[in-house]
Design a protein around this ligand. Sequence first.
Ligand SMILES: Nc1ncnc2c1ncn2[C@@H]1O[C@H](COP(=O)(O)OP(=O)(O)OP(=O)(O)O)[C@@H](O)[C@H]1O
Ligand SMILES: [Mg+2]
Length: 383
Amino acid sequence: MKPLESDPTEDEILEYYVSPRKELPSGFQIGRITLNWSRNVVHNQTRPFVDIPSSLHILEKIACSVKHNEPVLLVGETGTGKTTLVQNLARRLGQPLTVLNLSQQSDVEDLLGGLKPTDPRFICIPLYNEFMELFPRTFSKTVNPGILEYLRKHRNDKNWKTILETLQKALQKVLDLTQRERQIAGAGKRKRPLSEEVFQAWERFTDKLNLAHRQINASSCMAFSFVEGAFITALRNGHWILLDEVNLAPPETLQRIMGVLEGENGSLCLTERGDVDYIERHPAFRLFGCMNPATDAGKRDLPYSVRSRFTEYFVDEILNDEDLTLFINQFLDDSCRNGELVKKILHFYKVAKRESEERLQDGANQNLWEDKSCSLSGYANWS
Ligand SMILES: Nc1ncnc2c1ncn2[C@@H]1O[C@H](COP(=O)(O)OP(=O)(O)OP(=O)(O)O)[C@@H](O)[C@H]1O
Ligand SMILES: [Mg+2]
């Protein structure tokens, strides 16, 4: 980038630090930061994003943290555009983003997942398929057609309980035979002895079948399986996660994801599923949090141990006339966009804002301005 001239004007400084966003072949440039394209998803743009200098400035800071793999916390009053900033950056990059709205009721299960009732079919069919593939690799299909036919029939009848029982019996026979063959290697009648890979595949199949027996209650044929939460899916697959209103979540819920905040390779172990190994964190995974400042009584603050691990930025509301005018213009049709109307909307917005701050309060003594319906884009859309 061209260096700054001596004694630069305000516009030149702004241009230098927040140059317009550019789409380069290698990635998306915002200010001094270039982020690589992800192009995983095509987001449908629902609302336009207005390139207000203050928004671009904060976007550049967020991009810088993304580049250096830091978790980002955006703090600001309601309606200042925190959620929109993260969504916009993800959309620009084609990066999958999952927004989780946290509340006082959010528990660990909402983030990480938990045991849920499932259709036994989803457990039995993969086992059935694996058996059908493994069996011919071990025994001749023509010599043993009965067992496969029997299983096929019960699979068509959706008789999951019988399938599991038959698989168990068949597996026992297979294990006896393969075990014998292993012990007297080379002494069997086989022309080609079984490979070590086939032995191991049967061992893995045995583990899966044992797990299926535990998951499916034999008497009621009711199945439970661990359904992974959005947080884990994002961590594993390299999506971005936005924990919106993160301060509202109970501290014990946030404590559970602390491992992910410990450096750029931070991860966690899903003990809820019985895992003993840490989940492999995808290098593209990023974590964002948004919250309102806990200035009013009753608003919960983020525990210091969690907050200190984020890189925090304050998102201020738009106050100057130029930015507000840019914003209004974006939401007006070409047909009705004229200087006079824009000025009137701007004037109305400022008066309404002042009045509400000074006088208007709802039954709970809350400032009405904090209601989302009072946003400037809302006014412009009405006019
Ligand atoms: N730069 C921008 N361009 C266009 N619209 C914007 C911009 N910034 C914010 N908005 C609009 O302002 C409104 C409020 O934004 P948003 O919901 O992101 O605020 P927030 O800070 O997340 O609020 P809250 O704290 O209540 O969650 C939305 O309708 C959004 O579309
Ligand atoms: Mg928000």
